[in-house]
Design a protein around this ligand. Structure first.
Ligand SMILES: Nc1nc2c(ncn2[C@@H]2O[C@H](COP(=O)(O)OP(=O)(O)OP(=O)(O)O)[C@@H](O)[C@H]2O)c(=O)[nH]1
Length: 849
């Protein structure tokens, strides 16, 4: 039978729903049906409890069963419970107020529980609290706080030792009935099993340190030092204690010789009235022994008995111990000191000796007092003066002259690290003519983006065996891996990772090939409008240009609106006169003759208006991807209408550009190389005019710094000289790399290019031009500037003045303008510049005298 109210409650905490439910939702009423086994246990238990209680206590069956229920049928506990419960109530002691400092953590926890209980009580008038299970092996407080709103019961605290605690019977298993106000922490824990554990069975938890103690093998040395200090203090205290104890003992047994000896070690006797320590050691009587507790540790008593008992009378001072003065440990004077100073051996004697006891040597000699040994020059001085008289007098030199001489000598000391370059003093013009070398030509490949410039050049190099099959296969494989297999040939020219990943050319790429007649340098320009400045830089080095046009439907037309026209205009502005127009991708239009004709006509019309002469323009149909009509004739039957030249043949038949070899050196720097082991600093670029040879001195502008040409290479071959039209690599010395930048001009130091900030030039307008801000490009050199003045509109043919001081120059008009730069640039007459504004080219110009 369940307890009278039938309220068996259990705290039902669903941790997952912990946050969802409020406090009241935690407690759930479970109806509990007693099993047959319960009933049988209850019956037997009731009989046993009643037997145990005997007739002394009047107890009802219900009470017994309540107790048994509460104690899980434990007869002993139920008996104890009932005995306690049915005893007349003891007057209750008021719980002691615990000082806050001594309250244990348990107390604090219990207080917290109490507060919690109080809080709950304000909601329900008489809650029942049960501390259900307390494990004694690991005393963890498992409290189940149960509330029952409908049951106005007084506060009950019920404890129960778990099964494992049967060995430790509770001294007073209780069912306490208190009003909640009188509930105290002491009551709360009074019957906990661990309170009654015999001391000898109380276990101790030893916490092993996680880390080794400080010391040699690890840990902080700080700990070990502190430990050592503490140990030293402890030891000292023990010693003092031992000393006091031994003194006490000594006072009782003064005659014990070994005790006296031990004590002697702790005694320090002050020297008094000339009585030395030696006297004490000699066994004399000690008049005033003083203890020096700190200096002399207690000597361990020898296990062997002393051979001769020494009788000593030791007076133990009755007064408190005083710390005595440290005995003087100074030794007596050495034999040498005694002889020299004639001092007695005792300290007192020494102290009384004054300076009079140190006689100054030689003072007894006659005339000592009047002697003036330093009045005359020393024998050494006499000799030096005599030598000085014999030497010739030096001419007086001014300070400045001395400094100059010193500087000269330092200059002589300075090591010339670079071996002096010897010039062969060649007549380069004669050498060039005598060499019979192949014609040289640099051409720039221009055209709208993706019209197939790089592919065409890759094919050209491949067909001419400049690159081998293996390299092309490798490029094709690499291109396939990123899904751009059609770009494999283009990658022969586009070598940077950016160019390959983007599939466009970014900067000028150079390569070389040669035919029977000519050595060609390819300058592959980017087609994208963002890289026009790079294209301009390439154009400044070109003798002629290949304009690549995509023949496929709509591509040609979109190119005309894009960079096809702009590039053509720019190269013309840069002085390029000859143009090979490669009508590319003819395979995409099945080698349509009509398409080729259409493109040729439209382009001729445009190019002639851009100042190209018709006879200097050649149209070649080709397909760079397939290689048709590049190096080999096209075999496609659809192309039977074409009987003209291949692209290579067209290039080879072009007239070589005129070379200005006889003019002063002008080289535009196209590249600067640093960090080579044998050649730490090199530049490359096209020689626009003049010639250069090894050991020549050159001047870099605008830095205005000179350098020496250490060596020259053309197409990786060492040479002694290079002339206009070639693109050599010059290895330099005697200059800091910071003075050399792309676009700078290398010139003859005897005939340098001037730095100018303002100039007059003839321009060809591509857009409307008026007084405005422009970016001025001279190859890769660039500076901000302003068109300050529109001087005149010029006739296109002869350049005569058509209109003075125009307000605006229309596209395709020629004009003379004055430009002012924000900074100085190396510019001179005959140099071509490009004027750009807001990302588009507005005009190209030729600087006038
Ligand atoms: N069908 C066909 N496709 C071609 C031909 N030539 C080039 N292409 C393709 O055209 C695309 C662009 O070729 P590129 O050589 O990179 O063009 P590009 O003019 O050098 O491009 P940018 O240097 O970025 O201006 C590639 O996918 C080529 O495979 C051709 O003759 N026929």
């Amino acid at each position: 039978m369940p307890p009278k109210s039938g309220h068996q409650r259990a705290k039902n905490i669903d941790y997952d729903e912990d946050d969802i439910y409020g406090d009241d939702d935690y407690y759930e009423e479970d109806g509990y049906e007693m099993t047959d086994q319960d009933r049988e246990q209850m019956r037997i238990g009731t009989i046993k409890v009643k037997e145990a209680l005997g007739s002394s206590l009047m107890v009802s069956d219900a009470q017994v069963q309540d107790a048994l229920w509460d104690n899980y049928y434990d007869v002993g506990k139920s008996v104890a419970d009932l005995k306690k419960k049915l005893k007349p109530a003891q007057p209750k002691l008021a719980p002691k107020a615990q000082p806050p400092r001594t309250s244990s953590r348990f107390d604090q926890a219990a207080n917290a529980v109490k507060l919690d209980i109080k809080g709950k009580q304000t909601q329900s008038h008489s809650p029942l609290f049960m501390v259900q299970e307390l494990s004694c092996t690991a005393p963890i407080l498992a409290s189940s706080v149960l509330s029952h709103q409908d049951d106005p019961m007084p506060l009950q605290l019920r404890t129960n030792a778990s099964k494992g605690c049967a060995d430790y019977p509770l001294s007073s298993p209780v069912t306490m009935t208190h009003h909640y106000d009188s509930f105290s922490v002491k009551d709360f824990f009074c019957d906990t099993p661990w309170c009654n554990v015999p001391p000898h069975r109380v276990g101790r938890i030893l916490v092993e340190p996680c880390f080794p103690k400080g010391g040699l093998l690890g840990g902080s040395s700080k700990t070990s030092k502190l430990a050592a200090l503490a140990a030293a203090r402890k030891k000292k205290q023990e010693e003092e204690k031992a000393m006091a104890a031994s003194l006490n003992k000594l006072s009782e047994t003064q005659t014990e010789a070994d005790a006296a000896v031990a004590l002697l070690d702790r005694l320090s006797v002050k020297e008094k009235d000339g009585v030395s320590n030696a006297g004490l050691r000699g066994g004399g009587e000690i008049s005033e022994p003083r203890l020096s507790l700190s200096r002399y540790p207690i000597r361990k008593k020898s296990s062997t008995p002393p051979p001769v008992p020494i009788e000593l009378k030791v007076e133990i001072p009755s007064e408190p111990l005083k710390v005595v003065e440290t005995p003087t440990l100074r030794t007596g004077p050495s034999a040498f000191a005694s002889v020299l100073c004639g001092i007695g051996s005792t300290t007192s004697e020494r102290r009384t000796i004054g300076p009079s006891r140190f006689p100054i040597p030689y003072t007894n000699f006659p005339g000592f007092a009047n002697a003036k040994p330093f009045a005359k020059p020393s024998p050494d001085d006499v000799v030096i003066r005599a030598q000085a008289k014999g030497a010739k007098p030096k001419p007086a030199q001014s300070k400045k002259a001395n400094e100059e001489k010193l500087a000269q000598s330092i200059d002589k000391l300075a090591m010339d690290e670079s071996p002096k370059l010897k010039s062969k003093n060649l007549n380069v013009m004669e050498e060039f003519e005598r060499s019979g070398m192949k014609r040289m030509a640099n051409f720039i490949v221009i055209g709208h983006v993706d019209h197939g410039k790089s592919t065409l050049m890759g094919r050209l190099l491949y067909d001419l065996k400049v690159i081998d099959q293996r390299s092309v296969d490798k490029l094709r494989k690499e291109a396939e891996t990123i899904g751009k297999s059609s770009f494999a040939l283009a990658w022969v020219m586009d070598q940077t990772s950016e160019e390959r990943s983007r599939g466009i050319t970014v900067d000028i790429a150079t390569n070389h090939f040669e035919t029977d007649k000519t050595r060609f340098t390819i300058l592959d320009a980017p087609g994208h409008k963002d890289f026009i400045p790079n294209m301009i830089a390439g154009a400044s080095q070109a003798d002629f240009a290949i304009l690549v046009i995509d023949a496929s439907t709509n591509s040609f037309e979109s190119g005309l609106k894009g960079q096809t026209k702009e590039h053509a205009l720019l190269v013309r502005s840069m002085g390029v006169q000859r143009l090979v127009v490669a009508v590319n991708k003819m395979d995409t239009v099945s080698w349509s003759h009509d398409r080729f004709e259409e493109i040729s006509q439209q382009m001729t019309a445009f190019l002639t208006t851009a100042n190209f002469s018709e006879k200097s323009i050649t149209f070649i149909p080709c397909a760079g991807l397939t290689g048709e009509n590049v190096a080999q004739k096209v075999e496609d039957t659809n192309a039977s209408w074409y009987t003209g030249k291949t692209l290579i043949e067209a290039l080879d038949s072009s007239e070589p550009a005129k070379r200005n070899i006889g003019k002063p050196l002008r080289l535009t720097i196209g590249d600067v190389f640093r960090g080579g082991i044998t050649n730490p600093l090199s530049i490359s670029g096209r020689i626009d005019a003049g010639a250069v040879q090894i050991a020549d001195s050159i001047l870099a502008m605008p830095s205005n710094e000179t350098a020496t040409v250490k060596a020259i290479e053309i197409e990786n071959e060492p040479v002694d000289w290079a002339v206009a039209g070639q693109i050599p690599t010059l290895h330099l010395t005697d200059i800091d790399p910071i003075h050399l930048r792309l676009g700078d001009i290398v010139c003859d130091p005897n005939d340098p290019v001037k730095l100018i900030k303002s100039f007059s030039c003839k321009i060809l307008a591509f857009e409307h031009v008026m007084p405005m801000s422009v970016d001025v490009f001279r190859g890769r050199l660039q500076a901000e500037g302003k068109i300050k003045e529109l001087v005149a509109v010029l006739g296109k043919g002869k350049g005569e003045v058509v209109k003075k001081k125009p307000k605006i120059i229309k596209p395709a008009e020629a004009a003379r303008v004055v430009i002012e730069l924000s900074r100085e640039l190396p510019l001179e007459a005959g140099v071509r510049v490009v004027l750009r504004e807001g990302g588009s080219t507005v005009a190209a110009g030729l600087i006038e005298e």
